[in-house]
Design a protein around this ligand. Structure first.
Ligand SMILES: [Zn+2]
Length: 89
């Protein structure tokens, strides 16, 4: 079992190396032959195409900010227990 998987791994690796070498070293005598070559067709079809496009931002008013004057309702520090409060700094 172990020998078989190792042999299969070497076979796959050698096939991959052979295919890479064949793809990189093959050449064509003329352009018509290159146009019908499946290796060249696949090589040129994998060129990444930029499909992203930039969206233009849309600026629209979604509301109006209105300021209201807020008055804090401050109360003097009166303790209900009748003891002196903490000293102020
Ligand atoms: Zn080719």
């Amino acid at each position: 079992m172990r020998f078989r998987s190792r042999w299969l791994a070497w076979l796959c690796l050698s096939l991959m190396l052979w295919a890479a070498m064949a793809e990189s070293t093959h050449s064509h005598a003329n352009q018509t032959e290159a146009a019908s070559c499946s290796i060249c067709m696949v090589a040129h079809s994998t060129v990444p195409v930029c499909s992203a496009h930039q969206l233009t931002p849309v600026f629209a008013t979604i509301g109006v900010l209105s300021e209201e004057e807020i008055t804090a309702k401050a109360q003097p520090g009166i303790f209900e227990l009748g003891i002196r409060g903490p000293p102020e700094l």
